[in-house]
Design a protein around this ligand. Structure first.
Ligand SMILES: [Zn+2]
Length: 305
């Protein structure tokens, strides 16, 4: 299992009974990320029995309250649970000031260190990279500077075909085969031809989180061909005027972006509290892009490589 995405919340700004504001938990390559942290995110983590100790990186798309007001209580809970490992926070500028002010007036000093990674939401930037994956910002169009996040696995090594391994092969030679190289002996004679000992590498998976945004054609190029797209669908097409006013998208627009970007699967969310029946939003999206699902609290989407 290479990627698990669990929806903690997918409601718009106003409270809706039974729903929570934006927050998602992403497990990818054994890394544990939180994406946005709306009010009640830690309640949802507890309910779904997801340990807060695993989370070392939190990505906040923008500083509207429904995307980060669950963060302060989560930070205090981590402190009360005696966390000592560093926590990395990625957000538009200002989050450090907000958190510092809370700590100042509650006369608190956290047991652990927070490392802030402010980014400029209007530009594409790689904000996280390690040996297995990268995270890039996806500039969005909203009332406040806002960026989505594109999580991409790096190209994976070729797989060794265990049945073909021969006795006497050295570990170093096997490592070289994984990188796609042929193996030569000391005189430069071909010893092991790569394609005889390896299988093709597993596909590198990709997921983009895009909330909040108005209709935004400019992001299509960046997300073309990805495996999974979460795109906000705050309104239905019948409420397009509200969507334009508030710089949000309709379900139909989200599906149109998914179609044009030729993504494999679309998840819609950030639903306005006005809609009691979310199936209407789903039907609207599916008419444009069939492989669409609703972001329902507690649902986990899994991609296997
Ligand atoms: Zn917003």
């Amino acid at each position: 299992m290479a990627l698990n995405l669990t929806i903690l919340g997918s409601s718009g700004a106003l409270p809706a009974i039974g729903r929570f504001p934006s927050s998602q938990y992403l497990e990818i390559q054994n890394r544990h990320f939180l994406i946005d942290c709306g009010e009640g995110a830690q309640i949802q983590l507890a309910r779904l029995q997801i340990s807060i100790h695993k989370i070392d990186h939190i990505f906040i798309s923008h500083l509207h309250g429904d995307h980060y007001l669950g963060l302060i209580p989560l930070l205090f809970s981590m402190h009360l649970h005696k966390r000592t490992s560093e926590l990395h926070l990625y957000s538009p500028p200002g989050l450090d000031e907000i958190i510092t002010l809370h700590l100042k007036y509650s006369k608190s000093v956290l047991n652990y260190k927070i490392i802030f990674h402010p980014f400029t939401p209007t530009k594409i930037k790689t904000i996280f990279a390690d040996e297995a994956l990268t995270v890039d910002t996806v500039p969005l169009i909203h009332k406040l500077d806002c960026a989505g996040f594109l999580f991409k696995e790096k190209i994976k090594p070729r797989r060794i075909n265990k049945e073909k391994l021969v006795e006497g092969m050295k570990l170093q030679q096997i490592a070289s085969l994984k990188t796609g190289s042929d193996i030569f002996d000391e005189e430069g004679k071909l010893l092991y031809k790569n394609e005889n000992f390896t299988l093709s590498s597993r596909p590198a998976l990709s997921y983009a989180y895009c909330s909040d945004t108005a209709w935004n054609e400019s992001m299509i190029e960046q997300i073309t061909g990805i495996d999974l797209l979460y795109h906000e669908a705050t309104f239905m097409q019948t409420d397009i005027t509200r969507a334009v006013e508030t710089k949000h998208s309709t379900s139909m627009q989200a599906a149109e972006i998914a179609k044009r970007a030729q993504v494999k699967k679309l998840i819609i969310g950030h639903f306005s509290a006005r809609y009691k029946d979310l199936n209407m939003l789903l039907e609207e999206a599916r008419a444009q892009f069939a492989n669409t699902e609703l972001a329902i609290e507690g649902t986990t989407f899994t991609l296997t490589d």
